[in-house]
Design a protein around this ligand. Structure first.
Ligand SMILES: Cc1cc2nc3c(=O)[nH]c(=O)nc-3n(C[C@H](O)[C@H](O)[C@H](O)COP(=O)(O)O)c2cc1C
Ligand code: SF4
Length: 252
């Protein structure tokens, strides 16, 4: 990407959609995560540039800095501006990382060579089970990272990831690790979750199981909870999803 193309990118990323104010949005959020271009510039494994946009931490953050500055200029000082940052890129699943380690040490001893060969011969799914390695559900999984952001930047921080119990939300806020929490899957499963919490319940009757079926379907299907265990029938599941996100638009 040439410097001219990067400048064009800044303009494109910093210009909010026409009419966004009329939607009633309180502000905008810059996605600097999920492997999109801004995150690619931050990641030294991806960004090998030797100009003002790469080569040091400051330079890798230069593009984000320009996008933030330009976005603030575009939206004005009366709206919120958020930056969604990943604390960890998690480029590899733990299993490939374990394999990489074993394979890189395979020439050091006969034992290491046998260990690597055995590991390579076993399918990843089986390895995960045997070694107990993998990403598993953990409530408030990113809270420690949120605290690190908060300590470092001194700005309001929204923690996200795996929060579903009222007590966990309360503990996260009271610990001072974050200023707000956000939720995605628990709210898809129970759109009335704030009401459930207000009523004093710690967790909804049919909680999200964090099966990730909803996330896997985002590009093709209406947004909703696709976990059959949470419904009495497939018909109930379909009706619930369509009621949530499949309504025809009023102006259609
Ligand atoms: C159906 C679905 C769609 C999502 N779409 C986006 C998205 O467009 N942009 C984004 O940054 N995160 C997206 N996410 C990720 C969520 O914002 C959130 O980070 C993630 O689900 C973890 O939070 P949770 O444990 O509360 O679900 C999506 C998640 C789900 C389940
Ligand atoms: S599909 Fe699974 S992860 Fe998504 S909301 Fe339903 S139970 Fe939660």
């Amino acid at each position: 990407m040439t410097i001219g193309e990067v400048k064009h990118l800044v303009e494109q990323l910093a210009t909010p959609r026409v009419g966004w104010r009329e939607t009633g949005a309180d502000g905008v959020e810059i996605t600097t995560s999920k492997g999109y271009v801004l995150q690619q510039f931050l990641n030294p494994a991806v960004n090998h540039r030797a100009d003002r946009y790469g080569g040091s931490v400051e330079k890798r953050f230069q593009l984000l800095k320009e996008v933030v500055t330009e976005t603030r200029a575009q939206i004005g000082d009366d709206r919120l501006l958020g930056v969604r940052l990943s604390a960890n890129d998690c480029n590899n699943h733990p299993v490939p990382e374990v394999k990489m380690f074993f394979n890189s040490t395979r020439h050091l001893s006969f034992k290491a060579a046998v260990r690597a060969s055995v590991l390579n011969a076993i399918p990843d799914a089986v390895t995960r089970k045997i070694l107990g390695v993998g990403w598993t559900y953990q409530e408030a999984a990113n809270l420690a990272d949120a605290k690190r952001f908060k300590d470092e930047v001194g700005l309001p921080v929204i923690a996200n990831g795996g929060l579903q119990h009222r007590s966990a939300v309360q503990a996260a806020l009271e610990s001072g690790s974050c200023d707000f929490v956000s939720m995605a899957r628990p709210l898809l499963a129970n759109p009335d979750l704030p009401e459930v919490f207000r009523s004093g319940r710690d967790v909804p009757e049919r909680p999200c199981t964090f099966c990730n079926r909803c996330a896997l379907r985002t590009t093709l299907f209406p947004v909703g909870c696709y976990e059959p265990k949470r419904y009495d029938s497939v018909e109930e599941m379909e009706a619930t999803i369509l009621a949530l996100s499949g309504r025809p638009r009023d102006d259609a």
